[in-house]
Design a protein around this ligand. Structure first.
Ligand code: PFF
Length: 520
């Protein structure tokens, strides 16, 4: 696995075979559901071209600098996230690191459930999902007029036990890809990442050659400054950027810890960010083209875009409906799989570094709770037949947990990293470490970005989001849903996430001794 002693941080942690392997793995982590689905629905929700300025500010002022920081944590210490923070700032860093990793585990669980649904939809698309008008509508749901209904199919599907099998399949694939660490991850991303680009290009060509396909693109590309004064647009752009670049969940630090110490992290951050955002824009173009041609409205939940709206567009293609439908869901599955792999690796690497256990033990320790959690999000019991909420128990759990874990964990972690690294460790030391092996040098302005500008922007978004959540009509998020016997869910889910993450963080930081890594 190793070639050259400088590549191996500690005896058996593993190392990327080449820089290309690392770039493919890190960009494979970044490119996922966030790019294919969330970007388009956010961009639409926030007014197309009005999303421009906040998006690019989020990329250059926050995204790239935080990625430089997360990558550098990995190469400076040769450790994954919590232990890297421990080495640089002590136990207070470690406890924050584990809190982040616990949230990452919760997010991984439902990320994999969504991939399970996408896999099931892919099989549906290979069959009659998009072509057969006889697909029975999910009874309580109103069928959109004309043609087969992807919406009805989706609700019909998640109200059965079938997707559970798909969820288990995705977990098994994830663990297989992680089996031998960097070597098996590298083998998988060498196939999947180029394939994603090819499939995306096929979809964009199809989108743009539809009659009227360019109108949607104009909507996306015409800058419009209306959104600049709306805090929601900025919140949306920051959250989108963090999630899309895989920041704030410890994965980028774990991946970077398998690089040689002299890796150029400034160059790597620029490359990975541009690959990710390039893919995102291409995906946006393909999706917007289709939405405008078929006058589809992507408003509503982000999931609805991938599971109802895009399939509805593909079903209206003049030719190749089955082919493009299958291709689309296959693309979602492989893009999501390389992201899920990085999420699980971030956690597995953290417990390997902390407890010095074998990779097999670590993977088992993640797989067991992970699979149980993912299956919980796939529970098919219908709790809201009117669908004023989400319909099934699993989707409701997912929606409520996503609201909390996704909106707070990533941004909070980014905020805390800036405080700990910027003020406790010293932003200048981080800058010197990044500059040491880089052709491009960061000026002293970088220190102020990490110490002040980014924490203020993230802090503002965090406080704004919290105020919005606490002052919302009708109580906590989800309380207005029609939950029947489950009306305790909106209170219990955020508690489980928050208390569970803190308990895990305190236990692992203070309750477990840190084993020393064997000397390489
Ligand atoms: N970047 C991935 C996406 O866009 O779908 C999701 C993700 C993966 C977020 C890994 C965070 C992470 F650590």
């Amino acid at each position: 696995m190793s070639n050259g002693s400088s590549q191996v941080a500690s005896a058996d942690r593993g190392a990327w075979k080449s820089k290309l392997g690392f770039i493919l793995a890190a960009s494979g982590s970044a490119i996922g559901l966030g790019n294919i689905v969330f970007f388009a629905s956010n961009a639409y929700q926030y007014g197309g071209g009005a999303f421009y300025l906040p998006y690019f500010v989020a990329l250059f002022v926050i995204g790239i600098p935080v990625m430089i920081m997360e990558f550098s944590l990995g190469t400076m210490t040769g450790q994954s996230f919590p232990m890297a923070l421990n080495r640089l700032v002590g136990k207070k860093g470690e406890v924050m690191g584990w809190f982040t990793m616990a949230s990452a585990l919760f997010i991984t669980m439902y990320y994999i459930t969504i991939l399970g649904w996408a896999l099931s939809m892919m099989f549906g698309a290979m069959g009659g999902l998009l072509t057969d008008p006889a697909v029975a509508p999910f009874t309580p749901f109103e069928t959109p007029s004309g043609g087969p209904s992807a919406t009805a199919y989706f609700f019909g599907l998640i109200a059965t036990w079938k997707p559970m099998l798909a969820v288990v399949t995705i977990w098994v694939l994830t663990v297989l890809i992680l089996w031998r660490g960097t070597s098996t991850i590298e083998a998988a991303v060498r196939v999947f990442v180029p394939l994603m680009w090819v499939f995306m290009i096929v979809l964009i060509v199809r989108g743009l050659t539809l009659d009227g396909g360019t109108d949607g693109v104009l909507y996306l590309f015409t800058p419009n400054l209306d959104g600049v004064s709306d805090i929601n647009v900025w919140q949306g752009a920051f959250a989108q950027m963090f999630f899309s670049l895989s920041l704030g969940l410890g994965t980028m630090t774990a991946y970077a810890s398998y690089l040689p110490k002299d890796a150029d992290q400034i160059n790597n951050s620029l490359l990975v960010s541009f690959l990710n955002c390039g893919f995102e824009y291409i995906a946006g173009v393909a999706i917007f083209a289709m939405l405008f041609v078929f006058a589809l409205n992507p408003a509503g939940s982000t999931l609805s875009l991938s599971f109802f709206v895009i399939p509805q567009g593909i079903a209206a293609f003049p030719v190749g409906v089955k082919l493009f439908g299958t291709l689309f869901f296959f693309l979602v599955v492989i893009a999501g799989l390389t992201s899920a792999v990085s999420l699980v690796e971030g956690f597995a690497a953290s417990i390997i570094d902390k407890l010095q256990i074998s990779r097999t033990t670590a993977l088992t320790m993640v797989l067991v709770p992970g699979i149980v959690g993912s299956l919980a999000f796939a529970l098919p019991q219908i709790i809201d037949p009117g669908l004023s909420g989400n319909g099934t128990l699993g989707l409701t759990l997912l929606d409520i947990l996503d609201h909390w874990a996704f909106r707070y964990a990533l941004i909070f972690s980014g905020f805390m990293q800036c405080i700990l690294i910027g003020w406790v460790f010293g932003a200048d030391r981080l800058r010197q470490a990044a500059n040491k092996y880089s052709k491009f040098h960061l000026g002293p302005w970088f220190n102020w970005l990490i110490k002040l500008v980014i924490p203020i922007m993230l802090g503002y978004v965090l406080v704004g989001t919290l105020i919005e959540d606490l002052t919302q009509d009708g109580g906590l998020y989800g309380s207005l849903y029609d939950l029947n016997a489950f009306e305790w869910l909106p209170t219990v889910i955020p508690l489980v996430w928050f208390v569970g993450s803190i308990a895990l963080a305190v236990y692992l930081t203070f309750g477990r001794p840190t084993e020393q890594a064997p000397v390489a």
